[in-house]
Design a protein around this ligand. Structure first.
Ligand SMILES: Cc1cc2nc3c(=O)[nH]c(=O)nc-3n(C[C@H](O)[C@H](O)[C@H](O)COP(=O)(O)OP(=O)(O)OC[C@H]3O[C@@H](n4cnc5c(N)ncnc54)[C@H](O)[C@@H]3O)c2cc1C
Length: 509
């Protein structure tokens, strides 16, 4: 037992009381536990990359967390300001120590967390399936290879008993300085998105229960974007804020889901979730710099504000790209395939440098997770030099994943009257059909802003011109290889394709 009486617990991306290592340890070590959440103004600013709907979801998680604490006799203290200053003040007052769970992060969040972790009063816990290594090279890459036996250690984490939720805690010695309502007022948080799920552990568990009832529908609902909105697990936002832990979801699946393909697929995705967090923990540069130095400035010279705006606003003349971008902005959610397609379209077809696109998506996603979003952008756009150059053909995607146009018609209503067969390429609709349907392509809906076939071919050429140098960069620098590779696959398997959107299979980890 530590010689301390009062321990603060800093909730960050772990907005739950069960399976929370820092909280469980504080409850065991301290006489008094002070759970704290700090509203950091950085995330409420224009450049905070957080849409209001995501902030609202987080606020709902906090309300739920407050109820969880009330149920065990405590309360959640809400502070406002830079967490470094807030916790310095707390530790200079009545609190002796600070417990926090580690969480892979980058940019501002990482700087803040590292500063707080460096204090002698802070103890950081790591019980999340990630290997944290503090010894690093000058470029930020971890000095130790985390990949050996990674899958086994992650599985052992998933299988281990969850951290116990404290049965009861005394009153919180730290007073709240603000409320969620005041924060929403101060920053004018007013979500404009629709169909956003409700935040909180209770809502997350309800979502998981509904999903388990439907789990046999899941495999067929992963790729079609309209089906995914309803039948995909939609757990990502709960996982991103830690309203549920991946281990809780894993164990619930093992306990309550029938053995079926849907269960297998969800389990493999929980591993992917952890895998990409491991990637960010290993190299925080993922969010700003391409993994392979050869691609660092790719398409910087072809920046075209008009094309970038057409992509953001869903008016490229490619119906599925436009539907997906409008769905992203209107609802904060699109499925994996749509995310991969619009990312690949932005970089390969529109020839735009990747970071502004990745930031835009991150800002709008309800489930935005730096560890997944930026690593996925880099993988989908092969900025690693190890992934295949996979240029999604938006017309083919309509035929395969939205054949009845349900998704396109919902988000691009100006095409609603067009017969299904013309939705993949509206600009090719014969004029008499356009007239019959009352849809004038070029007036009601834009013609394609670029020639897809031509641009896809140019992208393949550009990548193939750079392929030798990219391979060389990997061969010469084991750190680049380690960052880029999904697994301990051999370097000569670079560029191998898989049947799952360039994803690793579970055995690959
Ligand atoms: C360009 C791009 C950006 C992405 N950005 C994010 C992001 O910011 N946050 C995010 O959570 N996911 C992101 N993903 C991964 C994936 O698209 C979402 O996790 C998924 O669509 C969320 O819906 P769901 O919860 O219904 O997923 P399900 O298919 O039901 O999967 C269950 C869970 O597994 C995890 N998971 C699923 N797919 C992946 C994947 N490919 N990589 C890692 N974990 C995965 C998620 O935690 C998800 O909630 C991104 C994918 C791409 C291609």
């Amino acid at each position: 037992m530590l010689a301390v009486t009062t321990i603060a617990v800093w909730h960050r991306a772990d907005l739950r009381t069960a399976d929370n290592a820092a909280l469980a340890a504080a409850a065991a070590d301290a006489d008094r536990v002070a759970p704290v959440f700090v509203f950091d103004p950085r995330y409420y600013r224009e450049d905070g990359l957080a849409c209001d709907a995501r902030l609202r979801f987080m606020h709902e998680c906090l309300a739920d967390l407050r109820r969880q604490y009330e149920a065990i006799g405590s309360e959640l203290a809400l502070l406002h300001g830079d967490p470094r200053e807030q916790f310095r003040a707390v530790l200079d007052g009545s609190v002796d120590a600070l417990y926090v769970n580690r969480h892979p992060s980058s940019r501002h969040g990482r700087a803040v967390a590292e500063a707080v972790r460096s204090w002698f009063e802070t103890t950081a816990f790591a019980d999340d399936g990630i290997r944290y290594v503090d010894r690093r090279h000058r470029d930020g890459t971890v000095a130790v290879d985390t990949r050996d036996g990674w899958r086994e250690q992650c599985e052992a984490h998933f299988e281990a008993d969850p951290q116990p939720r404290p049965d009861s805690l005394g009153a919180n010695p730290v007073d709240s300085e603000t409320t969620v309502a005041d924060i929403e007022d101060d920053y004018g948080v007013s979500p404009a998105k629709r169909r956003v799920p409700e935040g909180g552990t209770m809502a997350g568990n309800a979502r998981l229960s509904r999903f388990l009832e439907d789990i046999r529908e899941y495999p067929g609902s992963i790729s079609p974007p309209a089906a995914a909105e309803e039948h995909s697990s939609r757990l990502s936002t709960y996982l991103a804020f830690g309203a549920l832990s991946p281990r809780q979801v894993y164990q619930r699946l093992q306990a309550d889901a029938p053995a079926c393909r849907g269960r297998e697929l969800l389990v493999s995705r929980l591993f992917w979730n952890r895998h990409y967090h491991q990637k960010l923990a290993d190299w925080p540069g993922w969010t700003t710099r391409s993994v392979n130095p050869v691609f660092r400035d790719l398409f910087r010279d072809s920046h075209d504000p008009e094309l970038a705006a057409a992509w953001r606003e869903g008016r490229t003349g490619f119906p599925l790209v436009d539907a997906a971008m409008r769905a992203l902005v209107q609802t904060g959610y699109i499925n994996f395939r749509m995310r991969a397609m619009v990312a690949s379209f932005y970089v390969y077809v529109l020839k735009q440098h990747w970071t502004a696109g990745a930031d835009f998506m991150y800002a709008h996603l309800i489930d935005a997770d730096a560890a997944i979003n930026y690593t996925q952008w880099q993988s989908q756009c092969n900025l690693t030099g190890v992934h295949p150059v996979r240029v999604y053909d938006p017309a083919k995607q309509v035929r395969e994943n939205d054949p009845d146009g349900a998704f396109v018609r919902e988000y691009v209503p100006e095409l609603a009257a067009l017969p299904d067969e013309h939705l993949p390429r509206p600009e090719k609709t014969p004029v008499h059909v356009q007239r019959e349907c009352g849809v004038d392509i070029g007036t009601d809906y834009p013609r394609p802003v670029v020639d897809y076939e031509h641009e896809a071919e140019r992208a393949r050429e550009r990548y193939s011109d750079l392929a030798d140098r990219a391979r060389e960069a990997i061969r010469e620098d084991s750190r680049t290889w380690r960052r880029a590779s999904l697994s301990r696959r051999r370097r000569d398997s670079v560029g191998e394709d898989s049947d799952d959107g360039g994803q690793a299979r579970l055995d690959d980890f």
